[in-house]
Design a protein. Structure first.
Length: 267
């Protein structure tokens, strides 16, 4: 059983929802990331989604695109991200970490080497935005050797037949993208999310996380009524932009948002 599976089992036993923050590794400087990961755990997060900087993050809006640009200016690579997770693991052996990114850096490294190094670093799951399940069998097989969970995105436009295919390939949890478009770009339609969640749950017993469009405690609570996990991204990453010239202020700003959401979800 992976750390992700264990975490969701624990949350189910206590009737709680998973809070999953997304931050970009190395944004705005490398020294921020690992302390921020520890601070977010203290603020009540359950799983950390760590973005791997990429030059063309096509699923992401301006906020996360700029975060990748800031990290890449500092030459943050996939190897650096592994080093950050490994450093985090020296203190925290329990909190699951999911890498979120794009296929190109993984292909350059090679699926087998990537899976091996991810496992050695202490990674638990991998969400590769631009790798569809139809083309993922080789990658998924390499991840399975190390009990790493492949996580796939389901969109509002995904057909029921494709939902079934995505759910069959996924492990750990399924990630529902709650809005059409890129991260941080649209208004959340809670009713539409409820309808899609019903369609997804017909095809999987895996936990379902919802992200893209959750910005505050109110939207988190509304989605938390039907989802197993809440993924919060752009509103957190924007704090790295606002405070990029004062990096010590980034973690308190992000953790204040997360603590507010955690408190609301637990009420």
């Amino acid at each position: 059983m992976s750390r992700i599976e264990k975490k969701f089992a624990s949350l189910r036993a206590t009737g709680r929802k998973a809070l999953i923050p997304y931050v970009t590794a190395g944004d705005p400087v490398a020294s921020v990331t690992v302390p921020l990961m520890h601070d977010m755990v203290k603020a009540g997060v359950d799983i950390i989604e760590l973005g791997v900087p990429f030059s063309d993050p096509m699923a992401d809006g301006p906020v996360i695109q700029k975060a990748s640009e800031r990290a890449l200016v500092n030459s943050i690579s996939l190897h650096d991200v592994f080093a950050m997770v490994k450093e985090f693991r020296e203190v925290d052996p329990e909190t699951p970490v999911v890498l979120m990114g794009y296929l190109n850096p993984i292909e350059v490294m090679g699926y087998d080497r990537f899976a091996e190094q991810a496992n050695e670093a202490g990674v638990d799951g991998v969400l590769t935005v631009d790798l569809p399940p139809e083309e993922a069998s080789e990658f998924v097989a390499e991840l399975a050797k190390y009990d790493l969970d492949p996580i796939f995105l389901i969109a509002p436009t995904t057909t029921e037949a494709r939902i079934e295919k995505l759910c069959t390939a996924a492990r750990g949890f399924v990630y529902y993208v709650s809005v059409k478009g890129v991260t941080g770009a649209a208004t959340l339609d809670t009713n539409a999310v409820v309808d899609k969640m019903m369609a997804i749950r017909k095809h999987t017993d895996l936990p379902v996380g919802v992200g893209f469009g959750i910005k505050d405690a109110e939207s988190a609570v509304n989605i938390g009524a039907v989802a197993d996990a809440i993924v919060v991204g752009s509103v957190l990453v924007s704090q790295a932009d606002i405070h990029q010239n004062a990096p010590d202020e980034i973690s308190p700003a992000i953790c204040a948002i997360l603590a507010d959401i955690r408190q609301a979800l637990d009420k």
